[in-house]
Ligand binder design. Sequence first.
Ligand code: GLY
Length: 344
Amino acid sequence: MQTVRYTQNAAAALSEIVTKHAPDQVFVLCDSHTEQLCLSLLQSAGRVITIQPSDAAKTLDTLASVWTALQQGGATRHSLLVNLGGGMVTDLGGFAAATFKRGIRFVNIPTTLLGMVDAAVGGKTGINFGGLKNEVGSFREAEEVLICTKFLATLDAPNLRSGYAEMLKHSLLSSRRMWSEHLLFDLADPDFGQLQTLVQQSIEVKQSIVAQDPHEQGIRKALNLGHTIGHALESWHNAHHAEALLHGYAVAWGLVAELYLAAAQTEMPTEVLRQTARFVFDHYGRPAIGCNDYDALYDLMLHDKKNRGRDINFTLLHEPGDVLIDQHVERTLIDESLDFLRDA
Ligand code: GLY
């Protein structure tokens, strides 16, 4: 299983990692936000490479700029790249490391909640290409992932909620006990001590699924819960609004819609749907969609890269902790789930 270190002193933990792996040079990749807000917590860890923040910069040009910086800085196969940032930095930095000189070692230090519980763990790296998200990439695990929840103090409330949606997903995949505990967490006034414990539990759920199926041939598809409808809502929103929707909001709504499908199709208890929906609507509101948008949303689901052929591939629950992958759902039921989501 991938090594994940939990610490409140990122500089000391990174220094231990560097001593252990003894690279000839250390490079730190950050974006302009994490350079300003987080880099000082690492002290002088290595030569800094800075890229633009946001998913819009997760491109081949940015990737090439990182390769160039590594090359000009004299990186060798024995160098180490430290990715300090959210999912965009760890995905792109991981891919830069996976490909530079056929692969150099890298360490992920996620600075967002979403990055900690999802992107930085599990070895998915890549960039957007040809208008599609994460279209080009590789499976390559970081040598270590360093989790320092001190970085969460730099996050605003919407980004905290965004990451929490993936934690809610992990709790649904894990057990009824973990799911109930996640619904009780006060997301409006978070206790960071409690959050730290929940983050560790959440990462452990993801790690154990990834360890069973690192290349997503089977059970790793469980991590797609909430994402088939969630990704469609995210792409639809981003095509119609200037400001991008935070990924976790789309996932939270996708979870509710897909729990609706499960309640109808797998006999998942309706109280799992009702309690999760109440939590999501209280903290994330509802998506601004109308029934005229259903065709477009369905079309986006048909293009999900996790599908095979023309079948939309859903992950459904039978019960928290009891997951069914590769499930087919009829269009009429999908429409009903969207009705439920927008309270129609
Ligand atoms: N984000 C889902 C996965 O890593 O498989």
